[in-house]
Design a protein around this ligand. Structure first.
Ligand SMILES: NC(=O)c1ccc[n+]([C@@H]2O[C@H](COP(=O)([O-])OP(=O)(O)OC[C@H]3O[C@@H](n4cnc5c(N)ncnc54)[C@H](OP(=O)(O)O)[C@@H]3O)[C@@H](O)[C@H]2O)c1
Length: 204
């Protein structure tokens, strides 16, 4: 069982733009973080669309989909994604949403369920592990959620898709003075014109 975190990030360290809200899910200026994904065949397939590029980036996206048996996310990522994902969300797996605001479990098409967890990050992870079978649990975002799991040392592998853009402002992934030193072992680098995909394992 591997716990992964997998994020698109600008070269200057932002995972969303400024002024993120329900009406502005990625925030202002965030287009470079996400637009490269929308043309990938594997991503389009999961959105119920046809076509798209069958390239190395698409293979990496498919690898993530195939490897992930359950997902943990924060309520902000859920709330800003809910409408976009629609009735058949791309996860096709149980999703556990960290929140202070309880809500009944939602059962969507294609085996995606959203379970709202109010008793903390360990509970959400335990439930995701139980649901994932022999596949990975991915801590999908956003920054607030991934940071909590990183701080507790609960992430085994971190993959960053570094897009060739400077956002200049927005929501930072690593923005926690005093978070402490962590050493990482590089596992893989895949470089394409769309992104540099960096994969690391945390040293134990
Ligand atoms: N670049 C990428 O790859 C990527 C990936 C995913 C998301 N994103 C972006 O990230 C942004 C959202 O990130 P974010 O950092 O603002 O928020 P987030 O991590 O998605 O959600 C934070 C919220 O989750 C709930 N929560 C988190 N930890 C909790 C805990 N321990 N117990 C109970 N509730 C908890 C709280 O919501 P309540 O108190 O309201 O319940 C909290 O305000 C969006 O713009 C999204 O587009 C980017």
């Amino acid at each position: 069982m591997t716990v992964t975190a997998d994020m698109a990030i600008s070269l200057d360290g932002y995972i969303a733009g400024t002024d993120v809200s329900l009406d502005n899910p990625g925030g202002d200026g965030a287009e470079p973080l996400f637009e490269w994904i929308h043309g990938l065949a594997s991503w389009r397939e999961r959105q119920g669309m046809t076509g798209g590029e069958e390239n190395r980036d698409s293979e990496l996206m498919r690898e993530w989909f195939d490897a992930t048996g359950a997902v943990v996310m924060g309520r902000m990522m859920y709330d800003t994604g809910e409408e976009f994902w629609g009735d058949n969300p791309p996860f096709r797996a149980p999703v556990f949403v960290l929140t202070h605001r309880p809500r009944p479990t939602l059962v969507k098409e294609g085996d995606t369920t959203f379970t709202f967890v109010t008793d903390g990050i360990h509970s959400a992870l335990d439930r995701a592990k139980a649901a994932a079978g022999d596949r990975n649990v991915d801590i999908a975002g956003g920054a607030n959620t991934v940071r909590q799991y990183l701080r507790e040392g609960l992430v085994d592998e971190l993959q960053l898709h570094v897009v060739p853009a400077l956002l200049g402002a927005g929501l930072r992934l690593f923005d926690e003075p005093g978070a402490g030193r962590r050493d990482l072992e590089p596992i893989r680098v895949v470089h394409t014109p769309l992104a540099t995909h960096l994969k690391y394992r945390f040293a134990r």
